[in-house]
Design a protein around this ligand. Structure first.
Ligand code: ADP
Length: 195
């Protein structure tokens, strides 16, 4: 049996990189709502048309649209035995929706990795990424807005997960390997405890 793990942290925290490594080692798919949304934008779907300007502004795509998209992704065969959720939930409403979606198949989150990174580090990394990848939402204004939205809407989820005993806070202000080692240890311990 696989496990369901949530990964969250500020934009530019190195969440994508770490989530990919962990998903590979746990042999579960990494489901990134940001990547899924960018796929819709690239394909010009109805959702993509709605999401594009919202993403470019640094705001969040409405909960019900993202949740519907996620529900579709979870119905795919590779998601049947556990998923690493990357970038979802991002709001209290999404956290409740995820609990409900997982409960439909008798599943629940076993661990929430919270990659904590200081603002200065984030801005520095995102500006560098903008130069490398040219992502449309990596302009200085959008970076600031995404950080603001993150602090306001997403970071409060840490308290919710902490109360449930699910939160594994990892200090992300360190080299990739050191962060990855802490994450593996934390998730392995949580998965063991959940068995
Ligand atoms: P980052 O972690 O760098 O902010 P993501 O790739 O996770 O980047 O997300 C990029 C954008 O996609 C977000 O700024 C937001 O507009 C949209 N998005 C991604 N996931 C969600 C979500 N769960 N709910 C609402 N909007 C989302």
């Amino acid at each position: 049996m696989g496990v369901d793990v949530v990964f969250f942290g500020p934009p530019g925290s190195g969440k994508g990189t770490q989530a990919q490594r962990l998903a590979e080692s746990l042999r579960i798919p990494q489901v990134s709502t940001g990547d899924l949304l960018r796929g819709h934008v690239a394909q010009g779907t109805e959702l993509g048309k709605v999401a594009k300007p919202i993403m470019e502004s640094g705001a969040l795509v409405p909960d019900e649209l993202v949740t519907r998209m996620l529900r579709g992704r979870l119905a795919e065969p590779d998601a049947a035995c556990g998923v690493l959720f990357d970038g979802y939930p991002r709001t209290v409403a999404q956290a409740a929706a995820l609990d409900a979606l997982l409960a439909e198949s008798g599943r629940r989150i076993v661990s929430v990795v919270f990659l904590d990174v200081a603002d200065e580090v984030i801005v520095d990394r995102l500006v560098k990424r903008a130069a490398l990848e040219g992502r449309a939402d990596d302009t200085p204004e959008t970076i600031r807005e995404r950080l603001r939205v993150y602090r306001e809407k997403t970071e409060p989820l840490a308290a919710r997960f902490r109360e449930k005993g699910l939160l594994a806070r990892v200090d992300g202000n360190r080299p990739v390997e050191a962060v990855a080692a802490d994450i593996s240890r934390a998730v392995a311990a949580a998965a063991e405890a959940a068995r």
